[in-house]
Design a protein around this ligand. Sequence first.
Ligand code: PRE
Length: 377
Amino acid sequence: MADAPAPSTPTAPSSDTPPELLALRHQIDAVDRELLALLNKRASLALSVGSLKKKEGSVVFRPEREAQVIDGLKAINQGPLMTDTIAPIWREVMSACRALETPTRVAYLGPAGTFSEEAALGYFGSSLVRVMCASIDEVFRTTAAGAADFGVVPVENSTEGVVARSLDIFLTTPLFIIGETSLFVRHNLMRKDNALDGIEVVCAHPQALAQCHGWLSAHLPHAERRPVSSNAEGARLAAQDSRLAAIASVRASSEYGLHVISPAIQDDPHNRTRFAIVTDPHRHPAPKASGHDCTSLVVSVSNRPGAVHDMLVPLKKHGVSMTRFESRPARSGQWEYYFYIDLQGHPDEPQVQVALQELREACAYFKVLGTYPLDTH
Ligand SMILES: O=C(O)C(=O)C[C@]1(C(=O)O)C=C[C@@H](O)C=C1
């Protein structure tokens, strides 16, 4: 048997490599070595922070600190690196540093390849322990039971509106929100065979089927649309039966060995989904103010003329911006509603604190769902 080839250095020259390219690559190698040394220096510092936190009995993950690190670097970036690339790079760096301090167990809607997984990896970086769940309810339950440190749940889609199940569970869950992240959602039609002909059934999560309604009507008008628990589950099923196609992420197509037949079939090219990061307040304190924060509430008011207007007056009075106002039926049969409100700011800021106090007094029901740094993407 021939000897295995000796491990090559990154710049192992081949005879046709131009000398100018070779010289530049040598410089890149030198910079990479410096970067590696610096990253290890950073990791050692994070380990020291971890020991300190262990002594104090405090938590490792500090979303407000991570948001400040990213915001600070974005503010001083002079390029040529694009400012948009700063957040994903440093999320990965901090993810690796955090993992040295303690493992981060994150629950989300599985199986492998869901958009929820993509959101979890985008928010926490890839150094995490994946806890895949069969439903949104299970994500909440698993996190509340302590089998995961954090849960990632979809809350709203730019085409389809709210994810009703998540909003309904927020009413009763003991968990609270410590972060948010949003994702461009590109839906791709995929299948075992590399052709559109012969597709009898399209399997996907009901939200994805709805977001691709126009495309499916135009291109596969006779195919059955079969709702399944997640898009990745649809991909898993399509991998077993060539009559089935799935609508899922490119990640899911490679996970299940499917051909992407038609990419980006969502009706809205700017389709985005927003996810909330939830945790148990007994195990994790609310994030401190980062300077760019959001506070989420759910409230209800008595069913009388002007009640909703009166409830919102304190926000105007104290100059607090409302970035979201969503209603859901209270299911009392009385035409009563819960209102999901996002405010800009943190309760530690005096004007937010006083506005929240007055708003609380105007409401029949009032629950703070969480306060957290705005998405840094
Ligand atoms: O500053 C801290 O508290 C750290 O633990 C370090 C660090 C980082 O890598 O910068 C890691 C995890 C925390 O979520 C925040 C930041």
